[in-house]
Design a protein around this ligand. Structure first.
Ligand SMILES: NC(=O)c1ccc[n+]([C@@H]2O[C@H](COP(=O)([O-])OP(=O)(O)OC[C@H]3O[C@@H](n4cnc5c(N)ncnc54)[C@H](OP(=O)(O)O)[C@@H]3O)[C@@H](O)[C@H]2O)c1
Length: 391
């Protein structure tokens, strides 16, 4: 295919205005965290088979009408791969796709240096979107947004025409995300929001009020490992697959603009056809599925208690997430997802905070934030026994 004439828009894809950036993005983004990287090689060396696989993925994505490619400095070879594929392998004209990258430099000087290196690696002279990667804590918010700091430098680079729009990505508690949006420094936000994780809905509402772009990260993997669902979940979302249902659920929120799929195999493109048209609000059939899913929660004692008010508990336990993994396991048989995520506690620092329970930290739970009648320690112990897998 000759990519020199490729249009930014294709009929089978849907597009949404990415808030005040005024760019019309495909509702599916090509997320670049998943290429088979051969980590033992130096950063800029890419094995042939990785390059071939990436070329095929980018080609299929463009043919499907995907017009946003997303990567980050932290995804090891991803920027190198996209730079090579877009410019040498496929020679795609730069105005035929939008490019988003991310980085988390700590100072103004480091920001300029990093952006310069990323431009070189991605073989471009501008980024449409640049996100400060991982505003995950109040301290990181302060550091990123300090006067004369990294975000201010990114905004200068915007003035200089090197960056189109500055945003941030986040895994933070809701109150930090709201605070970051309230700074009014950012044009867009990359966050988690799925049927099985709706905590960030108020952040989407605030972003919508401020006319910001909203980009959803990892809808299939962090969204519940929806690509390998248990039979119960498959039955509940039929005739859609859980992956398709969740995409339609996310897109039924008019404040959501694009979902970043980590597409890296030709087969990953097949389910896209069941997602569109994605109505907002949900269609009657989708509402029927939502009701069925919602109803499962009433069947399991305490599954409707989300523990959001117990975030940042002094015990160090990530109570809302523990309760969520219990709910997904008990209500939807999503035990494999629970095991996968639960066992990431104590590994990922501020990207996924939380301690495993001990008799000592269970004693430190702030019970004043727990409604009477909720046996919180018992629910936590039960979840730990079911999901913990010693390394
Ligand atoms: N800002 C942040 O901090 C942050 C954090 C996480 C992710 N992200 C961004 O979000 C992007 C997407 O995240 P993700 O890679 O976790 O995406 P995802 O689409 O949620 O999950 C990708 C995983 O799903 C599997 N899969 C199966 N069927 C698929 C299908 N039809 N479409 C897509 N994937 C399918 C893939 O399979 P295989 O096992 O075969 O690869 C892969 O393991 C990333 O590339 C990254 O840029 C950002």
């Amino acid at each position: 295919m000759d990519y020199s004439n490729l249009s930014l828009f294709r009929p089978q894809m849907e597009y949404r205005r990415f808030g005040k950036t005024n760019k019309h993005l495909s509702v599916i983004t090509l997320g670049g965290m998943r290429f088979k990287h051969a980590h033992q090689l130096p950063r800029h060396e890419v094995p042939h088979d990785t390059l071939n696989q990436a070329s095929q993925t980018v080609q299929m994505a463009l043919e499907q009408g995907i017009n946003l490619i997303e990567t980050a400095y932290g995804y090891t070879k991803s920027e190198t791969i996209f730079g090579r594929v877009l410019n040498q392998e496929l020679k795609v004209k730069r105005d035929r796709y939008f490019l988003m990258t991310k980085g988390n430099p700590k100072t103004a000087e480091a920001t300029r240096q990093l952006v310069e290196e990323q431009l070189k690696t991605l073989q471009t002279d501008y980024f449409d979107f640049y996100a400060w990667h991982g505003i995950n804590t109040p301290e990181l918010l302060e550091q990123a947004c300090a006067p004369g700091g990294p975000v201010e430098t990114l905004l200068q680079l915007k003035e200089e025409g090197v960056i189109g729009h500055v945003g941030f990505s986040t895994h933070a508690p809701l109150h930090v995300i709201l605070k970051a949006i309230e700074t009014d420094l950012f044009d867009f936000v990359n966050l988690h929001y799925y049927y099985f994780f709706q905590r960030n809905e108020p952040a989407i509402a605030l972003a919508q009020q401020k006319d910001m772009g909203v980009f959803i990260i990892s809808p299939n993997d962090k969204g519940g490992r929806l690509f390998s669902p248990p039979p119960k979940l498959q039955q509940l979302t039929a005739p859609l697959s859980p992956l398709q249902w969740n995409a339609r659920f996310c897109l039924s929120n008019p404040g959501v603009h694009t979902l970043s799929f980590g597409l890296n195999e030709p087969e990953h493109f097949d389910p896209l056809n069941g997602i569109f048209p994605a109505p907002s609000p949900l269609s009657a059939d989708d509402l029927r599925i939502k009701r069925l899913l919602d109803e499962q929660v009433a069947e399991v004692p305490y599954a409707d208690f989300n523990g959001y008010a117990m975030e940042n508990d002094p015990s160090g336990l990530n109570i809302p997430e523990i309760l969520r993994f219990r709910k997904l396991w008990k209500c939807y048989d999503m035990k494999a997802f629970g095991e996968y995520r639960y066992n990431m506690f104590q590994e990922k620092d501020h990207w996924f905070p939380g301690q495993f329970p001990t008799e000592e930290n269970l004693q430190q739970i702030d019970l004043s934030r727990c409604p009477e009648g909720i046996p919180i320690a018992k629910l936590i112990r039960e979840t730990h026994e079911g999901l913990y897998r010693p390394k």
